[in-house]
Design a protein. Structure first.
Length: 227
């Protein structure tokens, strides 16, 4: 093997390494951009609660829950302290006597309060607290708002998982003064690589081996996407 051919292979290997590092860095940078641009403070959707809230509040009021109704309006507006207060009121009603003697309306009231607490926690990015409130609503609450509770658990769990994965991926780069990756690379080198593989395949009478085919496929895909 001639020295000129060895020098060409060395150049090829060096260029491929730089190219693959740049592409890998680009994918990490795109992932980090999606983390910072994706909204975290979107709200939980509670269609059943929205539809049944007036009727439920009227029923609670008719059973003496005037303070609950007043505080619930504040909780619905996003007041976390009011949401925790109405949850405590409903909790006291659930434990005011034997379980079978508790009025069903107070079980639904507890579910409503848990949803309100979870919505406030979710908007603040407190996903663990939101899940805890939803779990308690499922365990101790009534059946009226069960669909909202179940769907909220799914959404909060997924959001918490994504945030945990994304944070673990990018936390090592926080506060760094250096760029995460260098996204710029010499396009002419990429074109040269493609030409090199095409020229080598023309000259070679034998079928190229698997490694050569793989490298050519990668370079061909890269030039198609970026050049």
């Amino acid at each position: 093997m001639s020295f000129k051919y060895l020098r060409t292979l060395h150049f090829l290997a060096h260029t491929l390494t730089s190219l693959f590092n740049s592409l890998a860095g680009a994918s990490r940078a795109v992932a980090k951009m999606s983390i910072t641009t994706s909204p975290i403070s979107d709200s939980l959707e509670t269609p059943t609660l929205d539809a049944e809230s007036p009727t439920l509040l009227h029923s609670i009021s008719s059973h003496g829950g005037y303070a609950y109704v007043r505080m619930s309006s504040l909780a619905a507006a996003g007041d976390i302290r009011a949401a925790e207060a109405v949850r405590e009121m409903a909790w006291e009603q659930l434990h005011s006597g034997p379980w079978h003697s508790v009025l069903p309306v107070w079980r639904d009231a507890y579910s409503m309060a848990c949803l309100q607490v979870a919505k406030c926690c979710y908007e603040n990015g407190e996903f663990k607290e939101a899940l805890r409130a939803l779990d308690m609503g499922i365990i101790m609450g009534g059946s009226l708002l069960r669909k909202d509770l179940d769907s909220a658990v799914v959404k909060v769990s997924e959001k918490a998982r994504l945030v945990k994965v994304d944070y673990g991926r990018c936390k090592d780069f926080e506060g760094s003064e250096h760029q995460l990756v260098d996204l710029e690379f010499d396009v002419s080198k990429v074109r040269f690589l493609r030409f090199f593989f095409e020229f080598n395949n023309v000259l070679s009478r034998n079928r190229p081996n698997r490694k050569t085919q793989l490298l050519y496929s990668l370079v061909d895909m890269t030039t198609y996407d970026y050049v």
